[in-house]
Design a binder for this molecule. Structure first.
Ligand SMILES: [Zn+2]
Ligand SMILES: [Zn+2]
Length: 334
């Protein structure tokens, strides 16, 4: 098959690759659409210890069963693989399963990703595509589930109802814009501000959102003025920005993970009872809820997605890397 292979730091090559072999309780999916995630970009930058070259990246996948028990079925892949037996799995927190793994990673073991013509997926991770949902748009299910989980985790930790809360989203990538759409369309929050540093992307967010969209440097962002801050970037600077902007008693949800370390204002966190929450992935319940959200078009027409051919994927990685890509999400089509 043809695949987009991560061969070295900042190197992605469209090349021939071994076809996946069918395993017990798995199916081979002919990929219809596969998104490039922020975490794939971390790998590209050599900053992800769970994604080491050579590897096929990509875990935001829709496609058709090519080999397996339900051949021909159109499916959405849930890339989160959990054991199904531990305490976390039993209490619907599959994302915290100690044995969790993700498609498109090769640590602790190899699981080739979806930026290819074919990918092997456990049958329990396949969800039928509802007929109302476009198969290419369905590749957005995974990041939308991440965003839904992040918004609802914050909601549970707020001291006021979410529709009354002043919300700040840092970063207008896919997670940022999806959180904003969930807040405005599903949670009926009309007090959301999204900040983005890249002017091109900022303009796309402006066109696609009713929420206020500002440059990160804008002097309209005052200290201590948001009940709920979502950091969808996750570096030292954005974490400091988040803590500065949060009101006493407010909550920060940290969903981006660009840099793991750095200083943080623990003094304010303590003296003003700020709740800081890290979040990763989603539960299976979130994933199913997201399929419903997308099939009912509850977060709009998704015209901000940019589709490109898989064979031009290397160029797409470069454009995201150097900031010349305006769209918050690129989905590749084999
Ligand atoms: Zn992702
Ligand atoms: Zn488990």
């Amino acid at each position: 098959m043809k695949a987009l292979v991560f061969t070295d730091v900042e190197k992605i090559v469209y090349q021939d690759y071994d076809d996946p072999k069918i395993k017990k309780n798995e199916s081979i999916i002919k990929v219809s659409a596969s998104g490039i995630c922020g975490s794939d970009m971390h790998a590209y930058h050599g900053k992800d210890e769970r994604r080491i070259p050579p590897l096929i990246l990509g875990h935001e996948i829709s496609g058709v069963i090519y080999e397996g028990s339900n051949k021909g079925n159109k499916v959405i892949v849930n890339p989160l693989i959990s054991c199904g037996k531990c305490d976390y799995c039993n209490r619907n927190s599959e994302h915290l399963c100690p044995e969790r793994s993700l498609i498109g990673m090769n640590r602790p073991f190899v699981r080739e990703g979806g930026l290819a013509e074919f990918v092997s997926v456990p049958n329990k991770n396949l969800n039928n595509l509802p007929k109302e949902l476009d198969i290419n748009k369905a590749a957005l299910t995974e990041p939308t589930a991440v965003s839904l989980h992040a918004v609802e985790l914050g909601e549970k930790n707020l001291q006021l109802p979410l529709d009354k809360a002043k919300v700040l989203i840092i970063g207008g990538g896919a997670i940022g814009i999806l959180c904003a759409l969930i807040l405005q369309n599903i949670k009926k929050n009309l007090h959301t501000t999204l900040v983005e540093i890249n002017e091109k992307r900022l303009n796309v967010c402006k066109k696609s959102l009713q929420s206020q969209v500002l440059n990160t440097e804008s002097d309209k962002i005052k200290n201590n003025s948001f009940d709920f801050v979502i950091d969808a970037v996750g570096n030292e600077k954005t974490r400091q920005f988040a803590i500065k902007s949060t009101k006493p008693g407010g909550a920060i949800v940290h969903v981006g993970l660009t840099d793991a370390g750095g200083s943080f204002d623990f003094r304010k966190t303590t003296l003003q009872e700020i709740t800081f929450i890290g979040t990763y992935c989603y539960t299976f319940r979130d994933f199913n809820q997201t399929i419903k959200i997308l099939s009912e078009s509850l977060i709009g027409d998704l015209n901000w997605i940019q589709y490109k051919d898989l064979k031009n994927g290397s160029e797409a990685f470069k454009q995201i890397h150097d900031g010349t890509c305006a769209s918050p999400k690129i989905i590749l089509i084999p």
